[in-house]
Ligand binder design. Sequence first.
Ligand code: UD1
Length: 369
Amino acid sequence: MPPTLKLILVAGARPNFMKVAPLIHAARRHNADASAATRFDCRLVHTGQHYDDAMSEVFFRELGIPKPDVNLNVGSSSHATQTANVMIGFEKVCLDEKPDWLVVFGDVNSTVACTLVAVKLGIKVAHVEAGLRSGDRTMPEEINRLVTDSIADLLLTPSEDGNENLRREGVAEERIKLVGNIMIDSLVANLEQARRSKILQECGVQPGNYLYVTLHRPANVDDRASLTAIAGELKRLAAKTPVVFPVHPRTRKMFSEFGLELNGDSGCHLLDPVGYHDSVCLTENARLVLTDSGGLQEESTYFRTPCLTLRPNTERPVTINVGSNRLTKISTLAEDLNQVLAASPRLGRLPEMWDGKTSERILAALAAV
Ligand code: UD1
């Protein structure tokens, strides 16, 4: 029998699910191959950081992710409480399971919490989507990235800028491995199903003639002045081009707290959070994506759909360098939008190794250590 590597894979919040799914599927394919030199015994831990059907379950169904072996059910709370609760629950899982590797994804609180636990128990940690830096330490995700990368053993980067950031921080070359963007594995595998989505008809919008908007960053939505200005700008935009805006629970809560409203008949289609296939369909067919999400900056780049990112910085500069994405702010949004709408409806090109084969490269990297 070939040697078996026992992996714990951790997913906690919405952006983790499309990253964990392709690795689970690749491990299954790998194990079914009689000639494979290593087997992977995967255990899936859901921390419960996200828990609503629309923020969690729908992705399990659509992406064919098996039921988690463990759910820590931590739920929402302050950063310290949430991180601490993940750590307390996850320590027990590690002691019970004694894995060879912990594999964590992205930059959410569950990522850093589980990494801290495993490293202290002497369990090797691989970080998928390592090396990304916005340079903005007011973002909780940037702190999660810095801490995770400074203590994880194997740093699996999506693009060359990740390698450069890690080298600049003094990380030894043997800890860094460029594997490509695992989100794109999910995108490629789900393209056909996404193209069957009925979301455009449900919203009554035409391909190439609507703006797909998602906003949930605390800096944009937790601040009254900022969210008020955004709502005003969206109303103005929607008067000219329909806006499809699935509203994240954080954003919905803040709209209600600040007494803001986006009128349904203003051309704004406000939806509950949408599933993966609907979101991919909306991204492929939008005239323009306006977002503060990391994932949507990447998915729009894959489709060459123009993207405006409502943030002062991005940890995904490759999406800007290839030409599909640019940063914007409320004061210049109307002007930036006009410029993008005057340009080609497809912008940019595909970055290197965004080819749907990142999971295979990750398994090879784990087996090689
Ligand atoms: C988290 C991640 C962020 C990621 C985002 C994607 C961190 C620090 N933040 O931010 O990086 O981009 O997820 O969605 O890890 N809520 C629900 N149902 C849920 C989950 C949350 O209603 O299933 C509500 C709760 O009121 C909660 C609020 O949304 O207080 C925010 O959720 P939280 O997980 O704290 O942060 P996100 O803004 O979702």
